[in-house]
Design a protein around this ligand. Structure first.
Ligand SMILES: [Zn+2]
Length: 239
């Protein structure tokens, strides 16, 4: 009996324990479906992350695979600009002693040479396509872009492009021409309308001493000699 009663007590304890174990188990089991429901919103969240990651990858892959040759890591073609640079600097001391020459652009790039603005040290930045044979016309064109920047920086209050537009006798304003240019298809159609390209072309023709600008001249045929004098007139007076 002692055993039995003991067993009975033990059995009660086991049942109680089982009940006690079962009781908490049920609340545990109940919340578990709700976490499962919580996982459901998690399922969409993985889907956004696959979406961005594959899309850049295929975009880069086709670009790299067929076209990309190793980019030049020298500026051998760019150095062709130097004799022209020094020639221009002799006439326009607003140019700093040396430019920044970026690494050459790969063969096949759509362009011969690029002016890329002025660096923190005030040097104009240029790049040339690696297989391009420099011409005076192209060199002076890029130097013309730089000259516009350098003169504008020295005359912060003035609108040197407006002065150019007036001097040339072009119709309307350069801002209007820029708007017109931006309405054109990208490429040559746009380029011939761009006021900055007109300036660079005029500078080139003036420095070469002849030829015609490839940008629109609105029937105002350029006079290279007078044009050069006008560009020189923008130079700040020597201190
Ligand atoms: Zn240009």
């Amino acid at each position: 009996m002692k055993l039995a009663s003991g067993a009975a007590v033990a059995l009660v304890l086991v049942i109680g324990a089982a009940f006690a174990l079962t009781t908490p188990e049920q609340p545990v089991a109940l919340p578990s479906p709700s976490p499962t429901a919580t996982i459901a919103p998690e399922t969409p969240s993985p889907s956004p992350s696959p979406t961005p990651s594959p899309s850049p990858t295929p975009t880069v892959a086709p670009t790299v695979a067929p076209t990309q040759r190793p980019r030049p890591t020298n500026n051998i073609a760019g150095q062709q600009l130097m004799t022209y640079y020094f020639q221009i600097r002799a006439a326009f001391p607003i140019f700093p002693p040396t430019p920044q020459l970026d690494f050459d652009e790969p063969a096949g790039e759509n362009g011969d040479a690029w002016y890329r603005g002025v660096n923190a040290g005030g040097q104009p930045i240029f790049a040339v396509r690696e297989d391009y044979v420099m011409t005076p016309s192209t060199a002076f064109h890029e130097l013309g872009h730089a000259y516009q920047d350098l003169v504008q920086r020295k005359n912060a209050g003035a609108d040197v492009m407006a002065k150019y537009w007036t001097y040339r006798g072009f119709p309307g304003t350069w801002q209007g021409a820029l708007t017109e240019a931006n309405a054109q298809p990208v490429g040559m159609a746009q380029w011939i309308h761009l006021p900055g390209e007109s300036w660079a072309e005029a500078f080139s023709v003036a420095m070469v001493g002849g030829g015609r600008e490839k940008t629109l001249d609105y029937g105002r045929t350029i006079n290279p000699f007078a044009m050069k004098t006008w560009f020189a007139s923008l130079m700040p007076p020597a201190p």
